[in-house]
Design a binder for this molecule. Structure first.
Ligand code: GLU
Length: 593
């Protein structure tokens, strides 16, 4: 039987429910879909950042599809309505709890570097090339993993085929959706670089400017591309006609005539696409206060870093500490875990990642021993030594500096009546990816390869995240599923580059240790400490008592955008999306009755 440690006060939730209309559609065929941050009911649930995507997932569930089918349908719809965060030009990580067997599986849909890439591909004269030039380039585009992820998920665990799963997204792409402020702002923020490419300007800057709030945005090119995949399977992209078009776009970006921008060409070739695979990987697992927490293994650092931080936190009983001490512990555990991820985590097919040791209680005890209840550690902290020999207090290695990552991406969570649950985070890296639409195909390419460190960042120690042929850049994506007594309790994830890890950690601590409901934990002001001198915090985050302990802060408007689902004591689902961040997300259940 499903149960939760802190039964949600469902009645109290009504007070914080916001219903945000997305605007008025001038075209009658376009539906106006409400944004709802929390929904409680039976039959299954979906939480995403977008009402069309949530509606697509729910439609699939209502027709008898399972959580995997719903996740693919919702993800494909996000490719339409959130084209700057996700789509078939990118990659992601899919974590799945199989209700029938009670096991957790993951798909690594991370983009790969071309075979021609070397550890020096992002350097010039021994120095890193300017980040802005890398961001908007063919060079930063990795081989997309999202189509292979969808195909693998459906083949293994779905009940629909790709054609059926793409159906709702094709409908939205054809009839259009109502443009909201977030879509407009993201277009505005990227207008200069979108304007550099004929294909991107044609699609996203109609009449030379971003579309208006409340207007209807259609993407018939993408509808046709999805149809091609529906008909021919994802081979159409990896070995078929799309492969050549992607290679052409990467090698010769369609820069507008007369532009003097330095747009670097990419290294991708047909063979890189043809040899792409989205492998199944063992999930990470830690036991946390009697619960089982599953996450994404390398090349994501999500599972190992959330897991290590939880292991450090578990050495004290957070539920009896005051808010300041509990938050202090959260910040310190995160800084320590980030030092270790920066030093040790990369693509496991290219570097040796000491995953088991990073997630061991012995290593966590050694790291936890460094935490001083009365004073913040000086950051950056050095990484520890996950060498299997523990007992001291944080034996230190060298390195540990933080890398750089983007701030876009999207996360969705689905659950069905058969105990299947999906936590799926997908991305094209920067908001707007590399800024280049494949001409006539309706989707942006990723710039995921900017998640590599461009030059060695770990001092005398080796950097696990330098570029290399066929290598997958380290990610922070942290799709997470928590089981209690073998049954799903909670599933969640977030966008936000390396802040994904701290967002997931903070929500888990809020929900599992601090007596918050999932909605309260999601809505609470966030702070992120990734082994940097100052903590980044949202404006509402309480600081003075933490400053007294030595933490310093900078302010950032918003951190992350969580979508999660909890299975409540009475067997109902509670879907939760952001009440306010990124314009609010969209939660839904099959039957609210
Ligand atoms: N590319 C990032 C990663 O894989 C995610 C980007 C983001 O969330 O903004 O960790």
């Amino acid at each position: 039987m499903r149960s939760s440690r802190h039964p949600a006060a469902v009645g109290a939730l009504a007070a914080v429910v916001l219903v945000l209309a997305t605007g008025t559609a001038p075209a009658s065929a376009v539906r106006t879909v409400d944004k709802v941050p929390v929904a409680v009911g039976t039959g299954g649930a979906v939480a995403t950042v977008d009402p069309e995507a949530t509606a697509a997932g729910l439609e699939v569930l209502r027709r008898g599809g399972n959580a995997v089918d719903a996740a693919v349908a919702a993800a494909a719809t996000l490719g339409v309505t959130e084209p700057f965060s996700a789509g078939i030009g990118g990659g992601g990580f899919f974590v799945y709890h199989d209700g029938a067997s009670g096991t957790v599986h993951t798909i690594d849909g991370r983009e790969t570097a071309p075979q021609r890439m070397t550890s020096e591909s992002f350097t010039e004269g021994g120095k890193a090339i300017p980040t802005t030039e890398a961001i908007t380039s063919g060079l930063s585009a990795g081989v997309p993993g999202t189509p292979a992820t969808w195909a693998t998920a459906l083949d293994r665990w779905g009940t629909l085929d790709l054609r059926q799963a793409l159906h709702p997204a094709i409908a939205v792409a054809r009839r259009g959706f109502v443009v909201d402020q977030t879509f407009v702002s993201q277009t505005q923020d990227n207008a200069a670089r979108f304007g550099l490419f004929t294909s991107t300007a044609d699609l996203f800057l109609p009449d030379g400017a971003p579309p208006e709030v409340g207007s209807v945005f259609r993407n018939r090119d993408l509808a046709d591309t999805y149809r091609l995949l529906a008909k021919e399977g994802v081979d159409a992209l990896y070995t078929g006609p799309l492969a050549q078009e992607i290679v052409d776009t990467v090698q010769r970006p369609p820069v507008v005539p007369g532009s003097t921008a330095n747009v670097r060409a990419g290294l991708m070739e047909l063979g890189d696409l043809a040899s792409y695979t989205a492998p199944l990987r063992e999930p990470t697992h830690v036991s946390y206060r009697g619960l089982d927490v599953y996450g994404m293994a390398p090349p994501s650092s999500g599972g190992s870093t959330v897991g290590e931080a939880l292991n450090i936190l578990e050495t004290v009983d957070l539920s009896v500490l005051d808010d300041t001490q509990a938050t202090h512990r959260y910040l310190e555990s995160s800084a320590l875990a980030f030092a270790d991820r920066n030093r040790y985590v990369g693509d496991p097919d290219a570097v040796e990642v000491p995953l088991e040791e990073l997630l061991s209680d012995g290593f966590a005890a050694e790291r936890a021993c460094l935490v001083d209840p009365d004073a913040a550690l000086t950051k950056p902290v050095a990484p520890g030594a996950p060498d299997g020999s523990y007992g001291g207090c944080g034996a230190s290695a060298t390195g540990g500096a933080e890398g750089t990552e983007g701030t876009s991406t999207t996360h969705l969570t689905t659950a069905d009546q058969w105990g299947n649950v999906v936590a799926y985070t997908l991305t094209i890296e920067s908001t707007g990816g590399n800024g280049i639409v494949v001409p006539g195909r309706g989707f942006l390419l990723n710039n995921e390869l900017t998640d590599f460190t461009f030059v060695p960042s770990q001092g005398d120690a080796p950097d696990p995240n330098l570029p290399g042929p066929g290598k997958r850049p380290r990610s922070s994506m942290s799709p997470t599923i928590v089981l209690q007594d073998g049954e799903p309790l909670l599933a969640l994830g977030s966008p936000g580059g390396s802040t994904i890890i701290t967002t997931v950690l903070q929500v888990l601590v809020g929900r599992l240790d601090r007596g918050m409901t999932l909605l309260e934990a999601v809505a609470a002001p966030r702070a992120t400490q990734r082994n940097t001198a100052a903590v980044q915090a949202e404006p509402g985050f309480p600081r003075p008592a933490l400053e007294a302990l030595g933490h310093t802060f900078t302010t950032t408007a918003e951190i992350g955008a969580v979508a999660g689902i909890e299975l409540l004591d009475d067997g109902t689902f509670m879907a939760v999306a952001e009440p306010a961040r990124r314009g609010g997300g969209s939660a839904g259940v099959v039957d609210e009755g």
